[in-house]
Design a protein around this ligand. Structure first.
Ligand SMILES: CC(C)(COP(=O)(O)OP(=O)(O)OC[C@H]1O[C@@H](n2cnc3c(N)ncnc32)[C@H](O)[C@@H]1OP(=O)(O)O)[C@@H](O)C(=O)NCCC(=O)NCCS
Length: 330
């Protein structure tokens, strides 16, 4: 059964910090090579925050760019949702920091934690308020600074991520435009394969948690890889087929950018040409909740998204969390 929501994206923005870290930079830190990183992941470089710059700063820049681009006053925003697993602090929510900095006086909001599926989850949640008619303008932001929780002694994880944020504005949609369908799911049995053990209520920060390097990303890459390949393809096929479309109807697949090989496997399963698949992992790495809005932004800048296009967003992340949103671009 399809789940239509009468909400559409009316603006997209993105922001990445200026500092760039190339694969060659990693060759100086860990036992790796540009060749290994490029061929195993598709990543060439990533943007990284400098000390003192946090997820809220990237989110605020993306939010300001969105307001300027859509000619929206901050006071018109009804709600702000920030998807992030790297909030500035446990609390207050990053959404509160953004709300204050942009002066969105009447907006309420909150953070949403679903790792790399965070943006697709937040998009769906925000859209529900627009579709219900209770909120006119909802800002959905994905912002992560994964480099602040990476172990730069673990070559299998530290090369994969970058920092970045993106934002969209959601407003009400007419018939046959906006969100045509969505599906999200969780498989909590995958929680042990990608997580950050330290600093939460189970293992509060202590000298011991720091010494055991528990405040960093821990991952079993091949487990996550296999799950992502399977689920991204399954969900994509289901969303296309149950809405009566074929691969030929799809104008653009905007997949989560975790690994180029995961993206290509999904593309192959769907039988899509390269022209129909958004790829920018080479420039940004995996920016977690930032990948989808940055993908949409780059697609627009490259002239690859036009009114009336059928667009499929698909994500997999820690949890495991999986998300898919099918849209008619408006
Ligand atoms: C992490 C990932 C790139 C590793 O690729 P892989 O093909 O699975 O490689 P493996 O883990 O099997 O490791 C192969 C070898 O490369 C080595 N290796 C790992 N990272 C390396 C690096 N940066 N440079 C050089 N060698 C590296 C491993 O140590 C291993 O060596 P060994 O065979 O001597 O033990 C891949 O599993 C992946 O992308 N997984 C998904 C991660 C992800 O997307 N997470 C976010 C989810 S949203």
């Amino acid at each position: 059964m399809s789940h239509r929501i009468a909400a559409k994206i009316t603006g997209v923005s993105g922001y990445v910090p200026p500092k760039v870290m190339t694969n060659a930079d990693f060759e100086k830190i860990v036992e790796t090579s540009d060749e290994w990183i490029r061929t195993r992941t598709g990543i060439r470089e990533r943007h990284v925050v400098e000390k003192g710059m946090a997820s809220s700063h990237l989110a605020t820049e993306a939010a300001k760019a969105l307001l300027a681009q859509t000619k929206t006053e901050a006071a018109e925003i009804d709600m702000i949702i920030v998807a992030s697993v790297t909030p500035d602090m446990f609390f207050p929510a990053t959404a509160c920091l953004v709300q204050c900095r942009i002066g969105a006086k009447k907006a309420w909001g909150f953070d949403l934690s679903a790792a790399c599926s965070g943006f697709s989850y937040a998009l769906t949640v925000g859209a529900q308020f627009v579709g219900a008619g209770t909120h006119k303008k909802v800002m959905v932001i994905g912002s992560d600074t994964m480099t602040t929780i990476l172990d730069y002694k673990d070559r299998a994880t530290c090369v994969l991520f970058g920092d970045g944020a993106g934002a969209v504005l959601l407003e009400s949609a007419g018939a046959n435009e906006g969100i045509l369908d969505f599906e999200h799911d969780v498989d909590g049995s995958g929680g042990e394969f990608l997580y950050m053990p330290g600093g939460g209520s189970l293992h509060p920060s202590s000298k011991e948690t720091v010494e055991k390097r528990m405040h960093y990303v821990h991952q079993e890459g091949s487990q996550v890889f296999k799950y992502a390949v399977r689920r991204m393809a399954e969900l994509s096929v289901r969303l296309i087929e149950r809405n009566g479309f074929t691969k030929d109807d799809l104008a653009l697949l905007v997949p989560h950018q975790a690994n180029l090989r995961i993206i290509r496997a999904t593309q192959e399963r769907l039988g899509l040409d390269d022209s129909k698949v958004m790829v920018n992992i080479d420039k940004y790495g995996n920016t977690t909740a930032g990948t989808i809005p940055l993908g949409l932004r780059d697609a627009i800048q490259q002239g690859r998204l036009r009114k009336g296009d059928l667009v499929l967003i698909v994500t997999v992340g820690a949890g495991y969390t999986t998300g898919g949103v099918l849209l008619r671009w408006a």
